[in-house]
Design a protein around this ligand. Structure first.
Ligand code: BG6
Length: 499
């Protein structure tokens, strides 16, 4: 691509229509479907990416007509996206493609004829089954899809995270789905992979010549990955209490980010090339054991506090009982390979933290010789802001202009998405749904990747159990428990808190 081509393409999003499809959403009356999937499809409909012969078929056990489902979909859309201006004519056109079938897809003796009828004549279209259900049901539903004769040629299945609660249960789920669907037709969602800024990690690292020579232990002191949320667990307490932050966020989202930051340059952008490189990182993660679990991990749980200037309840109060589940976790990970020898990757994520943001910090080593006498110079840092205020900053030491001698300032070289790009930032699910229809597996997790991530996470869960690692209470609306800062302090470092 020439410079001119790059310039010509700037600022103009392109929506290439996908081929006609039938998307069957199991769990259609649930939160994910109403909050994320239907709105995502509507946006892509408005962008003319969805061919008019496509059908979106909601399936769940609730009794509902097509029309009642359409009504539920638009009401939920408005509730969850109060700022989205919905054009009534667009919605009316889109909703004609929404259908609904009442079906208990898990039970053995259920009658699938209504669903078959809606799918009638759609054999030539790309068929996609989306399981927005509890993972323990994936196997049974897959088997029933096959039994009902609905798995046509090339049919694909989409699985939401979490795939299991540990390695053993993940394998069971993968086996049972794999008994019906081939691996190349299974799309395991990690919605972080659909985020614009996460996709940009590959472009930033491998399509600029500047970074690769310094992207290693020779130049980098350490890496920080923070995914902070200000919300509590709200209505999801029942699920969350069986999961905790390590399973809910680290096993998938944070480890995927770590892979993209740490992986070797891929040969190309083919799905399996990328996934092959990511899994090497997961396999190189040094296990955390009972012996070092207290120095390498911190568990936290939010107590009472404040969020958005309002009093916020503690996790235990939201749950209605005391619990040992962590709503915050901080980890120090090491990647045992040549590139990253001696470079710690600090990760943290939590609910009810001070604000919502996701950020990756690459902290470079100190300059070899400081030239100035008054104290050490701040290190060069690269701040990759994933959300919100998307962008990339290089924090550099700069001469403060004007008289007064060699006065130094630490200032950002700032690439702000908002200032540079006019495009709307699509929700990750828009891209992911279209990627399934196109057959782009690179944005999804392969079986061995999920299992490698669980293997490392299982080690931590075992170590926590063996050590009885306590949860440290932190006030809602803060950066997590003090032990998180202490973990870095022991290494002579601190979490970067913005500049
Ligand atoms: C989900 C987790 O996978 O990601 C949630 O289950 C979490 O607990 C969510 O809130 C965060 O996603 P995002 O896109 O808001 O950063």
């Amino acid at each position: 691509m020439s410079n001119n081509q790059l310039k010509a393409g700037a600022g103009s999003s392109q929506f290439v229509p996908v081929s006609p499809f039938d998307l069957i959403v199991f769990g259609a009356a649930g939160d994910l479907s109403l909050r994320k999937l239907i709105p995502a499809l509507f946006h892509r409909w408005c962008d003319d990416q969805i061919p008019a012969t496509s059908k979106i078929i909601g399936v769940s056990r609730s009794e509902m007509s097509h029309e009642a489902f359409r009504q539920l979909a638009i009401e939920s859309f408005r509730k969850f996206n109060p700022d989205a201006g919905i054009n009534d004519a667009d919605w009316a056109a889109f909703s004609r493609h929404l259908f609904y079938v009442t079906l208990d897809a898990v039970s053995d003796g259920a009658d699938w004829s209504d669903l078959k009828e809606v799918l009638e004549g759609g054999d030539k279209k790309q068929r996609v089954f989306y399981l927005a259900l509890a993972p323990s049901l994936y196997g049974a539903v897959s088997a029933n899809i096959e039994r009902a004769g609905l798995k046509n040629d090339g049919a694909r299945i989409v699985l939401e995270k979490p795939i299991g609660k540990n390695l053993v249960s993940a394998r069971e789920i993968n086996e049972s789905v794999g008994a019906v669907f081939d691996e190349e037709t299974i799309y395991r969602i990690d919605h972080y992979l659909g985020k614009e800024t996460v996709q940009n990690l590959i472009v930033l690292r491998f399509m600029n010549s500047l970074f690769e020579p310094v992207w290693n232990a020779n130049s980098i002191d350490h890496v920080e990955i923070t995914v902070a949320e200000s919300i509590g667990v709200g209505g999801r307490a029942d699920y969350y209490n069986t999961a905790g932050a390590l399973r809910d966020m680290v096993q998938n989202h944070l480890l995927q980010l770590l892979c993209l930051v740490a992986m070797e340059p891929p040969l190309d952008l083919a799905s399996d090339t990328l996934r092959d490189e990511k899994i090497k990182v997961l396999r190189a993660l040094r296990p955390i054991s009972k012996e070092n679990v207290r120095s390498s991990t911190v568990r936290g749980q939010y107590g009472k506090g404040a969020s958005n200037n309002e009093a916020a309840a503690s996790y235990a109060d939201e749950l209605g009982e005391k619990s040992d589940t962590e709503t915050f976790v901080a980890l120090k990970a090491n990647i045992d390979n040549w590139r990253w020898k001696g470079v710690p990757f600090y990760m943290r994520t939590g609910k009810r933290m001070a604000s919502r943001y996701s950020e990756i910090i690459i902290q470079f080593k100190d300059v070899a010789h400081a030239l100035v006498k008054d104290g050490p110079l701040p290190p060069t840092r690269m701040v990759i802001r994933l959300q919100p205020d998307e962008g990339v900053k290089m924090l550099l030491v700069t001469k403060d202009p004007g008289p007064g001698g060699m006065r130094l300032r630490y200032v950002p070289l700032n690439l702000s998405y908002k200032e540079h790009f006019e495009a709307r930032y699509p929700d990750a699910y828009e891209r992911l749904l279209m990627a399934v229809v196109r057959g782009d597996l690179g944005l999804f997790m392969r079986r061995d990747e999920v299992e490698a991530a669980w293997r490392w996470v299982d080690g931590i869960l075992d170590a926590w159990r063996a050590d009885a690692t306590p949860v440290n209470i932190y006030a809602a609306g803060t950066d997590g428990p003090a032990q998180s800062a202490m973990m870095l302090d022991r290494d002579g470092r601190e979490w970067f808190d913005g500049a």
